[in-house]
Design a protein around this ligand. Sequence first.
Ligand SMILES: Nc1nc2c(ncn2[C@@H]2O[C@H](COP(=O)(O)OP(=O)(O)OP(=O)(O)O)[C@@H](O)[C@H]2O)c(=O)[nH]1
Ligand SMILES: [Mg+2]
Length: 471
Amino acid sequence: MMSSERNTIFALSSGRPPAAIAVVRVSGPRARDAVLALAGRLPQPRQATLVRLKGRSGDRTDLAAGSAIEAIDDAVVLWFPGPRSETGEDTAEFQVHGGYAVIAAVLSALGEIEGLRPAGPGEFTRRAFENGKLDLTRVEGLADLIAAETEAQRRQAFRQLKGMLGDRAELWRRRLTEALALVEASIDFPEEDVVSERLIEPALATAADLDREIRGLLADSRRGEQLREGLTVAVAGPVNAGKSSIVNRLAKRPAAIVSPYAGTTRDIIEVHLDLAGFPVTVLDTAGVRDTTDPVEEEGVRRARARAGAADLVLWVTDATVGDPAPLPSELTKPGAPPIWLLSNKSDLVGRKCPEDASERSAEASAGLKCFRISALTGASFDDLEDGLADFAKRFFSVGTELGLVTRERHRGALVECADALRRACQEGVAGREDIIAEELRLAARALGRLVGRVDVEDVLDVIFRDFCIGK
Ligand SMILES: Nc1nc2c(ncn2[C@@H]2O[C@H](COP(=O)(O)OP(=O)(O)OP(=O)(O)O)[C@@H](O)[C@H]2O)c(=O)[nH]1
Ligand SMILES: [Mg+2]
C-alpha cells in the first residue's frame, strides 16, 4: 500500500551509550505518525517540548497476551515539519535519557510503526543532499567536521560546510552558463562575422578569467588535502639510536617497543599528535643498517621509502657513537624532505651536535636544524616540540587562507574545468563557435560534478559511506 511512499528512517544520532542524554532522530513522511505514536501529541514546530514517551512493553513474551503500553521515559521532543528541516523532510528529534534500555525501548517502539525502518550510515545527510539542502562539497565538509581532530581541521571543515568552495563553484558555473549563452547566440548568426565576434569575445574573456581564478585555487600545493590528512614526520636513523624512545616521549605513551637490542622496530608505527592545533602523524621506523635478515631488510626498505615521502624527517643518531652512518639515498636526492638532526642520549655525553652533520648533504641543508636531546631524561624536548609546532604552523599556512581544495575529487573536477576553459580560449574564433561552446559545456559540467549536480551517482555511495549512522 505504501510502496510509492518513501521510507521513514530513524536512528540514534548521539554517541555511544550510556550517556546523560541520547538523541534519536526520525525523518520522512511518517515522522508525524512517529511523534503521535510515542508522545501522544504533536508539539509546536521547532519548540522544545517535554513529553512522556509511551510504547509497548519491551518484554516480548507478553506479546501473545497483548502486551501493555507503558511509559518509556520523559523526553524533550522537537518537531520540524518539512521542508524547513535539516533533511528537507518532516523530521522529529527525541532527546531521552541516554541509557541502553531507554534507547532500545525508543528504537523498538519506532520500529513497530508501519513505514519506519532504521537508517543506514549517512542516510539523513543523503536526504538533505537529495532535497537540495546541501551541495556535495558541504556534505564532505560535514563529514570532515565530524572527523576533525584538531582546531585547524575543524576550521577548514567548517568553511567547507559553510560553502566556501561550493558557493564559489556555483558562481563560476553561473558565469559560464552566461558565457555559453553568448556563444550559442553567435552560432545563430553564422554569416555575420562582426556580430559573432562581438558575442564571443566577452565569453572568452570570462573563460580566461575563470581559468585564472581556478588555477589560483589549485596552486595551493595541496595544503587543504594535507590538512585533512595531517602532516607526516618520519623518525629515522641508524639502529638503536633511540628512535622509538623519542616517538614514545612525543606521544606521551609507550606506543613502540623499546629495547637495548639493535633492530627492535620492524614495522612502521604511526602516532597521531595535535601540535598547536595541527594534525601531525609521527612515524617510528626500523633502524637503517645492512642486514641479512629478510624481515628486517623489508623493515629497512619501508623505513627508507616512508622517510623519503614524509614532510619532515627527524634523523636520529646516538651521541655516544662516533662517525654516524651516512644518510640513505632517499633523503639526499632532489625533492627529499627537510631533515632535522637529533643527537640523542645527550645524558651520556657532553658532546655538541656533530659539526660535520650540516655538510653531509647540500639538499638536506634547507631548513636543517640540530637538537641535542635525551629521550631518557627528556632534555631539550620542549625545544623539539616547539620547533615541530612551528614547522606545522608554517607548513599549513603558506598563503593567507586555509586551502579550499580539500579532496582529490575537488582537484580533479577543477583541473578538468580549467583545462576545458584553456582549450576554449585557444580556439581561433571564426567558424569555431561550436567547438568553443562544447568546451564551455564540458567546463560547466565539471563544476556541476564538483557541487554534485550532475554525474555523481558513482561517488555518492563512497562519500556517504564515511558517515556514521544517525547523521
Ligand atoms: N641513556 C640513554 N639511553 C637511551 C636514550 N634513548 C634510548 N635509550 C636506550 O637505547 C636503547 C635503544 O632504544 P630504542 O628506542 O629501542 O632505539 P631505536 O632507535 O628505536 O632502535 P631500533 O628500533 O632497534 O632501530 C634502549 O635500551 C633505550 O632505553 C637516551 O636518551 N639516553
Ligand atoms: Mg625502534
